[in-house]
Write a protein that binds this ligand. Sequence first.
Ligand SMILES: [Zn+2]
Length: 352
Amino acid sequence: MNQFRLPYHLTVAEDVFKNIPEAMSDVMPKLSGQKTIIVTEGNLKELFAGIIEEIGKDFPDSEIFLIKDGSYDGAVALAKYITMNGFGTVIGFGGGTVLDMAKFAAYVSKTTLISLVTTLSNDSLASPVAVLGTEGKARKTFKCGIPDAILVDVNVIKSAPERQILAGIGDTVSKYTALYDWKLAGEKAGEEINDFAYMISEMAFDAIRISRKEELKSTEFITRLTQALVMGGLAMEIAGTSRPSSGSEHLFCHGLEENYSEQASVAHGIAVAMGSYGAAVFQGRDTALLTRMIRDYGIPVKPSLQNVTEEIFIGAWQKAAASRPDRYSILNETDLSSGRLAKLYEDMENIF
Ligand SMILES: [Zn+2]
């Protein structure tokens, strides 16, 4: 049985970053008395100078730490800095890379982690893993803890470009094929399936399955997408593996990122949604549902729109399985000949 911990705070509200003591009133007096490190990056510090100043007032004994990159070495150095200087609380203010660095450093230094989310572009806000750069260009996924508190300021999300929200939807859409692959790995490779985690991940997918009825930047939709992304993170934490959120469509994304990042740098959530369409075809499933969702939300998965040429597309799929050889997925039983993939590419160019 996997041991898991769940966050004790989740608030999605307008201007919550200006009202942290109120949102976390039960733990705040104790937390704000601790030495705190606010981890963020230079451009966010500039963009949200006023908000960060407010946060500094809520945590009087705090200092700001700007990350330089999203490397494993950087995260280890940050953990060391936190331990050596006696910080008790780590605040991650940002999105993917910032939160991954903060998550890893808080996990290693055994400190409390508050995740202040500025983008909904992927499920890193609540996932128990950190994706960090290692030697060369390859990025690796490291297991760590889920944040103790997750706060999403609706107004901050509204101020970000819409494509970030579309990427977050894409990361959620991809659970459609991830869950199928997890079941398949259970049947064919004897992998353990946690039914509860499976159900939560399915609920995350269902939360955005309905057609787009409201504005992406409405408080209602931002709340729903946050819930879906958090549920995705919880499912991973409960299962003790990223399988409920990551199948062959994520392998495609790794294949793309590890081999073609210079030619085509595609946002994680868009790349996995692009991969999900192909994965659904390989899985022999009706693609109507995915097609409708991708079109309704307007997720830009047309490969050429993302600088993914036919050659890159074919290469990324053919190299996908090698990025995680230990993971059984539909790719283990799929004909990935160039001819078939070229046909898939052409279909996607026409459909989207
Ligand atoms: Zn993902």
